[in-house]
Design a protein around this ligand. Sequence first.
Ligand SMILES: NC(=O)c1ccc[n+]([C@@H]2O[C@H](COP(=O)([O-])OP(=O)(O)OC[C@H]3O[C@@H](n4cnc5c(N)ncnc54)[C@H](O)[C@@H]3O)[C@@H](O)[C@H]2O)c1
Length: 505
Amino acid sequence: MSAPETLGVVGAGTMGAGIAQLGCAAGMRVLLHDPVPEALERGLERVRSGLGRWIEKGRVSEPGLLEPAGSLDGLAPAELVIEAAPERPDLKRDLFGGLSEVLGDDALVATNTSSIPVTSLAGSYKHPENVVGMHFFNPPPLMELLEVIPADQSGDRAVQVARETGEAMGKTVILAADGPGFLVNRCARPFGAEALRLLQERVATHEQIDRICRLGGGFRMGPFELMDLVGVDVGFEVAKSFTQLSFGEPRWKPSPIQARMVAAGRLGRKAGRGYYDYGQDGSHRPDDPAAREPGGGGGPLSIVGEGPIAAGLRERADAAGYEVSDDAAAPLVVDAQVPGGEPLAVTGTLVALCAERSLASYGVPGAAGFHLLPPLAESRLAELTRLPGTRAATAEAAEALFANLGFHTEWVADAPGLVLGRIVCQLVNEAAFAVGEGVGSGDDVDAGLTLGLNHPRGAVSWGEAIGLDHVLGTVDGLWRERREERYRAAPLLRSGAGLRSSTNV
Ligand SMILES: NC(=O)c1ccc[n+]([C@@H]2O[C@H](COP(=O)([O-])OP(=O)(O)OC[C@H]3O[C@@H](n4cnc5c(N)ncnc54)[C@H](O)[C@@H]3O)[C@@H](O)[C@H]2O)c1
């Protein structure tokens, strides 16, 4: 059992051409098929130019042979065929039927589907045990990850060859159970889903949410920029398929905002307009500001609490020139307690962390709220919130304080976790569900999100950096204040067992 010498690829579009390039680069003979002659020609050209660039850079010295297959029959010599045809179940099932007539009994068939259960396709091939999912990420030549998905029918040989083929192509291979979004797209769902919920509740605008994710969380792109890039209609279809496959899991429901955007034809970049307008030059927003340094502070400042947020704030406050204490009688007090204790009784100005509860639930009239996520050394932005009763002087003091501590600030509406805390805590919660349900391991969640989707860190290591008590507190706070099942905490998160190694069977 090892990677094939002859690889077949069906569908010569974005994914198929990329996969064929990887096969050639790994020294395999690659037979590329597409029923549309122009698509086949374009695909072959893409493979040749991609390989040419790799040869120039010295990444590949002896590429395998690339051969066009004008019909499915041409794939007969292949030991493994990877299918990257359009994402339509009937079309893929027909294709599996066609391959059943052409391929030898030992040949394996892999599907690159991103949303159709592999188990529902395997039965259309003559030997279902020879079928497996090989989910590459876009663009395949660049993204380091391959997700291998055994169908219920898959035999060990199919899974093993899929893994070895991925490794021969230079990929980090992770194993995911069959189900909605497999491991990676499932664990990434809250990034968009929670952002849409925040927009619906008008906690912040889409521009703010994106900026907060970039500057506060280190994401390369905010959720709305990403939805525009992928296609708002594509995202809406994915959300509908998650709901259908899970029989209505509340965390995965599509948003009415997606439906409205699709109805309005605001499909994203490809339509010139989605959440953003893409002008003549394709740009849609100003560049982000550079990081700020702490400085300009002075006078007494009290920071109350333990844990990474309090510690990170103290470090910055020292650097900014404050006289730092945890004396609640100081004129300016930051309550950074996680888990949150009793609301502080202060005589001065109070700025309270909104993690496990909103500022309204904190219940100190006149106070302002804040949220940011550890590690603070990597965060460039703090979120602030105020209520109608927040004193203007307190709001000004909060804004000046966080600017002096070296953060850009963004005012958003009140909620447990504000914007980034809510999105990231739901990412960690989803990972806890996935690990607890045996969809994949904690290490694979992190490899998947960082290598497959370019997240700045995986949900499991994020949970460790923030503290699982902070995450659980925020999710429970949302549950208490929103009374929606989408905010129920995963059993594994509540168990306190940690997400990296689960003892669940
Ligand atoms: N684009 C992505 O980001 C991405 C990422 C991961 C997985 N996928 C999955 O990969 C698959 C292909 O996606 P894509 O983005 O490359 O699509 P694409 O539209 O770029 O390419 C599909 C190709 O399949 C060809 N085709 C049409 N009918 C066919 C048939 N009956 N048999 C074989 N080929 C046929 C088309 O001519 C086209 O060249 C889908 O299942 C998709 O869900 C896509």
